[in-house]
Design a protein around this ligand. Structure first.
Ligand SMILES: NC(=O)c1ccc[n+]([C@@H]2O[C@H](COP(=O)([O-])OP(=O)(O)OC[C@H]3O[C@@H](n4cnc5c(N)ncnc54)[C@H](OP(=O)(O)O)[C@@H]3O)[C@@H](O)[C@H]2O)c1
Length: 214
């Protein structure tokens, strides 16, 4: 599958590397320093390229949207229309204030994903990969199935969710369904699934039953 990556920092670069290892093609984009993206793509190999956000949208069957939340409007304006595209939102809705303190940027009861969707008319938005540090993911071959990291997936588009679930498996994780896009807040900081660096599928399913039955 071809995956356009908008936001190629810790999350975007790690997922891009893992997806190339799983046989996908990626294009990295969105940086103040395109030379860094060129070096990143070269280091990963021939199935990795770099380009502008608009080129990543043209390239990708699926788009990974992984900028800092406060820069999402800028990244999306550089990307152009994402109508009809499956877009994976990884953002956590925080910025640092002048004292280096985290400031939440959306209402406590809303999700960043719902705010992002307002910027992406007709995109097929799926929330995933926001609940753990990207370094917690490892290649499939490096972990037994029961030890693999649980990857929460939330969306109102079931077909898009299934495609992203496959990409979660290909990144070395074990996908699990967290329900609607509104439930994305459960995997965004400080939701119950948002500190999932060691969360296995078995624990995630037990936690899901507890949280969703409340
Ligand atoms: N890190 C985590 O543990 C983690 C876990 C889950 C979810 N998330 C969420 O996922 C998203 C990405 O996180 P991250 O840790 O990958 O962030 P990051 O490492 O800071 O990556 C963001 C990228 O955006 C680029 N960028 C920054 N300012 C820019 C500008 N003005 N114009 C163009 N590009 C710019 C930077 O590239 P250059 O430096 O090359 O300009 C940077 O590599 C965030 O919303 C975060 O909340 C993070």
């Amino acid at each position: 599958m071809k995956i356009g990556i908008i936001g190629s920092g810790k999350v975007g670069s790690k997922l891009g590397e893992l997806w190339v290892k799983a046989g996908h093609q990626v294009m990295f984009s969105f940086s103040r320093n395109p030379e860094r993206l060129k070096a990143l793509a070269e280091q990963i190999g021939s199935n990795a390229q770099h380009g502008t956000p608009a080129e990543a949208v043209q390239f990708g069957e699926v788009i990974l949207l992984a900028p800092n939340f406060s820069l999402a409007p800028e990244a999306i304006s550089q990307a152009g229309s994402l109508a009809g595209k499956i877009v994976i939102d990884t953002t956590n809705p925080y910025r640092l204030d002048e004292n280096n303190e985290l400031v939440r940027m959306v209402d406590e009861n809303a999700s960043a994903a719902e705010e992002i969707l307002k910027l992406l008319p007709a995109a097929r938005l799926v929330k995933a990969f926001s609940s753990f540090q990207p370094s917690a993911l490892q290649r499939l071959t490096e972990r037994l199935p029961e030890q693999r990291l649980a990857v929460a997936i939330a969306s109102d588009d079931e077909e898009a969710k299934a495609i992203v679930s496959k990409l979660a498996q290909d990144s070395g994780g074990q996908p699990f369904d967290l329900g609607s896009l509104h439930n994305a807040r459960l995997m965004e900081i400080p939701g119950p699934f948002s500190f999932g660096d060691n969360l296995t599928l078995e624990s995630a399913l037990a936690l899901r039953q507890k949280v969703l039955s409340c």
